[in-house]
Design a protein around this ligand. Structure first.
Ligand code: ADP
Ligand code: MG
Length: 699
């Protein structure tokens, strides 16, 4: 056995770290000494020079020195101690809301001080509020630091000083024993990308010397940071790739070709009310080739809203069924699961199998029956929500897992469902679908364990959705337009959004809007749909809307994914500025499903910020989900594009996908050859950066 690496010892062994501090550090994820090295400063403070007071501007955080010119307690408003200092170039007020008599006495006029704080505008010119200050011998004696001072992310009860000292000890340990921290990135890559070596990068970020540009440190363009971001992203990439490589070695049921199967497939295609597009046919062929293999398919189908992914997945289900295997279809919302239920039931009507349905709502005997039909194999297809993960769910012979709107689920959930279907060494095929077009760079990071198929063609006859951006003051015009539209026997969506993540508030807002519209539009049949309604109620409303027993559906964003009513060609989205572009694009995709013209009105609340205006403009000018996703990435960052808030997809310690796009490009370019050139580095890199979450590459 190797001797344990001192960097893996608990932080508690460092000087100045007692049990309580160790606990607090642990809250920040800092357990062993090495963690401190990768706990980077949030920002830096510059105490390397003294600024002339006359040159200060609000917003600067600086060191100044000067003599007290005047001191007084101001009783007006909130009581405060004001102390004015000057250095000959100008003066600035120091303001203390909490102060002691000793403090007051020590700051006599003429006393030289050094102060450090942020400069702001105050009542009487510039001021510093509660600066760090020191009485010094003379204003020329202000002590400066030789390096920028790191400011670390903290947690309750932890001070900068404690963490700075701890980091320093960790850095010293590395200096004394450089062999402790292995640099797994080979020389050749460092050279090619002009990255510093690991130890140098770490030292630069914690204790930058004069050679490092403060600006580059602040904006994150410093090579030291890029190098660490590269290593982190590479680790994520390697872990997914490794998982893919491993999965290629697993056994899966091969859905081999049979005469009966071919007849069933031909029948299925003939019975469809439309002709498959070329793109659908191509993707179907890719899926079919995968499923004929002995190894599990791991395929992502990307296609814009309305591109017809469902029928493609149904074809995959057919392959499984005819080979004698079960299929699980998982959707992120009940509404969507219900829609799939209707479609699949219809498409598989003539099959000798049961299409079962399972959500969290299903209780009692009905639930028991479904679980039993699954276990004994009477149900060939099971459609549901997250409920499919539950322990009580057991399959008879699961051969294929279909996951719709994959971006709503995390990597873990995707892999967990596959584990459920595992029988000995045999794992089911997996098909995941998403309507959120993922910019190429992100796809490589999030889905590099998958093969990707793209449906890049909409069914014929679809016209682009005409999108306009209008202020909420024009609500009356909009209501007239709804009247005229409904007169033409067409239907309308009205979508309410809210900033708050609170579903309750969203639903209330939708209720109010529905009331308002019911009053304003006496001849229009209005109904409400929101996430807090019972699933039977939702289903009834949706059915009524589908069958045109309703004209106007007021809804929250629950209709975001998948719902399909071709006669509804007008959508009003209230407060679109609150949503991400990709989400808006998905919402908008509910219209434009028929062959008629369709419209989307983005009704914003003025005033609109420049960015918001720009973003809505992108949506108005483009109907291409990929273009929109790239813009969203640029304007709002990757979390929004990937829907991270819902799924908790990937968390990075250091990398920032918006800032480090260049780094991602390097990972993409060098990642695959890394397996061949540095196989020994893969595991340690995954351990270093993914830690406990590496388990998903092990399943
Ligand atoms: P999405 O890719 O957004 O999941 P759906 O699978 O819900 O899209 O399909 C949208 C609509 O288009 C559905 O009504 C579906 O029946 C229809 N559709 C699918 N493929 C075709 C096609 N090749 N031609 C015409 N309509 C199609
Ligand atoms: Mg869909």
């Amino acid at each position: 056995m190797k001797t344990p690496n001192p960097l893996n010892q608990p932080v508690g062994i460092l000087t100045g770290i007692g049990a309580q501090t160790a606990n607090r550090l642990q809250k920040l994820g800092l357990c062993v000494i090495q963690d401190l090295l990768f706990h980077l400063p949030l920002r830096y403070e510059d105490r390397t020079r003294v600024y002339p007071i006359g040159a200060l501007k609000p917003g600067m955080t600086v060191l100044v020195s000067g003599k007290v010119e005047f001191i007084d307690v101001l009783p007006r408003g909130r009581k405060s101690l004001i102390c004015r200092i000057g250095d000959g170039t100008g003066f600035i007020n120091l303001r203390f809301f909490h102060f002691t008599a000793n403090q007051h006495n020590a700051l006599k006029p003429g006393t030289p001080l050094s102060c450090f704080a942020e400069v702001r505008y105050g009542f009487a010119g510039l001021e510093m509020i509660h600066p760090e200050y020191k009485v010094i011998a003379d204003i020329g004696d202000c002590v400066t630091e030789t390096r920028l001072t790191p400011v670390y992310p903290l947690t309750e009860g932890l001070s900068q000083n404690v963490i700075r000292k701890a980091v320093k000890q960790a850095l010293d340990l590395c200096d004394q024993h450089p062999e402790l921290l292995t640099d797994w990135i080979p020389e050749s890559i460092l050279k090619q990308c002009r990255y510093p070596a690991l130890a140098d990068a770490i030292r630069t970020l914690h204790a930058p010397d004069e050679s490092v540009s403060a600006l580059a440190l602040q904006n994150g363009s410093v090579p030291a940071l890029k190098r660490l971001a590269f290593e982190e992203l590479l680790a994520h990439y390697l872990s997914l790739r490794r998982s893919r490589n491993k999965s290629k070695a697993w056994q899966a049921p091969s859905f081999s070709e049979t005469a009966d199967g071919n007849t069933a497939a031909a029948h299925f295609i003939r019975a469809l009310p439309f002709k498959l597009t070329h793109a659908q046919q191509r993707v179907i062929a890719e899926i079919e080739a995968d499923c004929r293999q002995q190894h599990p398919m791991m395929r992502l189908v990307q296609g814009d809203v309305g591109s017809g992914k469902t029928v493609v997945s149904a074809y995959a289900a057919l392959l499984a069924l005819t080979a004698g295997y079960q299929v699980a279809v998982m959707a992120p919302t009940e509404l969507l699961a219900e829609q799939h239920m209707r479609n699949f039931s219809l498409w598989f009507e003539s099959f000798q199998t049961q299409v079962a349905y399972l959500t969290g709502q299903l209780k009692g005997n009905a639930r028991k029956d479904v679980l039993q039909a699954l276990e004994n194999g009477q149900a060939g297809i099971i459609i549901g929500t997250h409920a499919l993960f539950q322990d009580s769910v057991n399959f008879h012979r699961l051969g294929l897992v279909i996951i719709d709107e994959q971006h709503r689920f995390g990597v873990h959930q995707r892999l967990a469902l596959r584990e459920k279907g595992r029988q000995g060494g045999v794992k089911p095929h997996q098909l995941v679908m998403t309507a959120t077009p993922i910019p190429r760079t992100l796809a490589m990071l999030h889905y590099s364990d998958l093969d990707i198929s793209i449906i890049d063609e909409l069914p014929p006859g679809r016209k682009p959705i005409v999108t306009s951006v209008i202020p909420a003051e024009r609500r009356a015009d909009v209501i007239d337009r709804i009247n005229a539209w409904v007169d033409k026997k067409k239907q309308v969506y009205w979508v309410c959004t809210l900033i708050e993540e609170s579903e309750v508030l969203q639903c209330e807002a939708a209720e109010k809007t529905a009331e308002m519209l019911t009053q304003a539009l006496p001849n229009v049949r209005v109904a409400l749909l929101h996430g807090r309604m019972k699933s039977a109620e939702k289903d009834a409303v949706m059915q009524a809307f589908k069958n045109h027993r309703l004209d106007l559906l007021v809804a929250t964003t629950v209709i975001e994914v998948g719902v399909d009513v071709p006669n509804a060609g007008l959508m009003i989205i209230e407060n679109p500025e609150r949503l991400g572009l990709s989400q808006l694009h998905q919402l908008r995709g509910r219209v434009g499903r028929g062959s008629d013209d369709s419209y989307c009105l983005l009704m914003y609340q003025a005033p609109l910020s420049d960015t918001a205006r720009h973003r809505l403009g992108v949506l108005r000018d483009s109907n291409d989900g990929f273009v929109i996703a790239e813009k969203d990435l640029e304007l709002r960052g990757p979390g929004e594009v990937m829907g991270t808030r819902q799924t908790g997809q990937m968390h990075f310690k250091i990398a920032d996908l918006a800032r480090d796009a260049d780094v991602l490009a390097a990972v993409q370019q060098l990642g695959d050859s890394f397996f061949a050139s540095s196989p020994e580095a893969v595991q340690p890199l995954c351990d270093r950066w993914l830690g406990a979450s590496t388990e998903y590459s092990e399943v």
